[in-house]
Design a protein around this ligand. Sequence first.
Ligand code: UFG
Length: 327
Amino acid sequence: MKVCVIGGAGYIGSHAVYELIRDNNEVVVIDNLSTGLRKAVHKDAKFYEGDITVKEDLVRIFEAECSKKPFDVVMHFAAKLIVPESVSMPLEYYHNNVEGLRIMLEVIKEFNIKNVVFSSTAAVYGEPVHEVCSEDDRTKPINPYGATKLACEEMIKWVSAAYGMNYCIFRYFNVAGADKSLEIGLEKDNLTHLVPITIQTALGIREKMQVYGNDYDTKDGTCVRDYIHVSDLAYAHVLGAKYISENNKSILVNLGSNEGYTVKEVIDEVSKIRHVNYEYVERRAGDPAKLIASNSKAKEILGWTPKYTLKDIIETDMAFRDKIGRK
Ligand code: UFG
């Protein structure tokens, strides 16, 4: 396949590019480098700097590439994704996530590209109605990030119905870890996610970390999340892209592990390697108590199951952070 990866210099996008290249696909990356890193783009991928919210950027790149050989699939990773940030900056989230996707779909239609793989999120479920979320559960986001992603899902479905484009929508749960090569991982300033923050604390980069709330209705009072290794998630994109293009079908699938861990359990797992200094503080805005994925649909349709455990997630992230100078 010839695959265009928009947002391919970012954390998840760069891992998807690595898996696509390991699977012998031709990869073109477009990224505005706002949060992505040029060095995270695999050396065998072609890189263009461009912004998903600027139509001329996409048209220029699609013209250059599709005149040689059209893209079989376009993958979208170019979104803002921090829950607390979305609560304080909702308009930026709507602009980047929803308007950016609208422009991308317009360009895809103009260039007659038939397959789109889209990164959505467990945040579309809001407070889940079942212990383990299934794809047909009610969607009711409780933060702007989830709301923008749900709006994107709807847009993709309508566009697909109107123009006959296939989509693969993946709802990600909590993604963490680093590629086994340790060439790429989550590298950025002002991290907000639990796993890297816990590891930074264990490594002494942070003196102490905060746990947001210990009065949730969970086994130890801290929030439950479903942690999935970024390489497992990335590989699902290779399977999803092949599935929709070969079967001329659209799918919407959760990517998680079927298992939940509390914040406290994650800290305990890291503490087995090194001590973690933490304190309990107030709840954080926009946090649901529990988010766990049913991944039976991913198993059934794509034959996908996660290979990495929480321990692997922690070990690869820690090894990556050690490699980049304990950032
Ligand atoms: N947490 C802490 N202390 C920290 C950081 C996080 O206690 O320093 C807690 C949070 O309050 C939450 C849990 O750890 O209960 C996980 O928080 P993250 O910030 O790591 O991740 P979120 O669950 O908020 O969101 C992530 C992605 C979203 C995605 C969601 C799906 O950022 O894009 O997982 O489950 F939608």
